[in-house]
Write a new protein. Structure first.
Length: 256
């Protein structure tokens, strides 16, 4: 496995390749509340993905808040995808994001549809933050069992990133946008995660839009559990994610 770095605008990309890479590219947009990352668990997940898929992977270290707002960050993500299309066929590209990385990848996909740009083969979302307002009434109940996130903390980070665009902007709250014409999507969502209630809304919106959707549900699991170290259920969910990336099938919900 080899790695090298390059820049696109204000984004630092790390390209990770296996010894004999396939013709597939996976673009990994990491989480971290828009203010930090990627961290070790992201790098570990990236290496596992490359090892299991044999693909080339781009880790996207996008510009961070509060120095940069969601408009600037989203524009950088658009430029990364444009560069990918110069080197790979769209049907060989997979988008993956965890937490706010999932926010960014969902927003990117919405813009690609709007602009009639070739779509990736799959969109993979691990515990994506779908509404920056975190105002869903179910959140306060889920917060009691969430070991990682608090509503106030998430809301504060989103305000720093949204700035003058506001929290209703689809780039930071994708459920305010459309899921029409989305590519095949794999959604991994955890029960003990305050972002789960809004993921359920997004899931229904995708189903209503006839998206080819695969859902992996982590009962009593925390935020981004598939890429957390140690957790056995996380390893199982990660392997299920890899399996789903490799195949195409009808909409399903799998509980792990």
């Amino acid at each position: 496995m080899e790695a090298h770095q390059f820049r696109i605008a204000d984004t630092l990309l790390t390209e990770i390749k296996p010894a004999v890479p396939s013709n597939q590219l996976l673009i990994f947009c990491h989480g971290g509340a828009f203010v930090y990352g990627p961290i070790q668990l992201h790098w570990d997940a990236a290496r596992r993905i490359v090892a299991q898929l044999g693909c080339t992977l781009w880790m996207v270290d996008y510009p961070k808040a509060p120095e940069h707002h969601i408009g600037k960050i989203s524009h950088n993500i658009d430029l990364v995808y444009a560069k990918a299309l110069e080197q790979y066929s769209a049907d060989k590209i997979v988008l993956l994001g965890d937490s706010v990385g999932g926010t960014l990848m969902t927003g990117l996909t919405q813009r690609l549809v709007q602009k009639n740009i070739a779509l990736p083969s799959k969109l993979v979302l691990i515990s994506p933050v779908m509404d920056a307002n975190v105002a869903n009434p179910e959140i306060r109940e889920v917060e009691k069992t969430d070991p990682m996130l608090s509503r106030n903390g998430v809301l504060s980070a989103k305000k720093m990133c949204a700035q003058h665009f506001g929290l209703a902007d689809p780039r930071i709250s994708p459920i305010r946008g459309s899921f029409t014409d989305f590519p095949a999507t794999i959604l991994l969502m955890a029960e003990n995660d305050i972002t789960y209630p809004d993921q359920k809304i997004a899931m229904q919106q995708m189903l209503d839009a006839k998206v080819d959707l695969k859902v992996v549900f982590g009962k009593e699991m925390p935020h981004i559990w598939p890429i957390l170290p140690v957790i056995a259920e996380g390893k199982a969910a990660f392997n299920e994610m890899i399996y789903e990336i490799k195949k195409t099938s009808r909409s399903t919900v799998k509980r792990l």
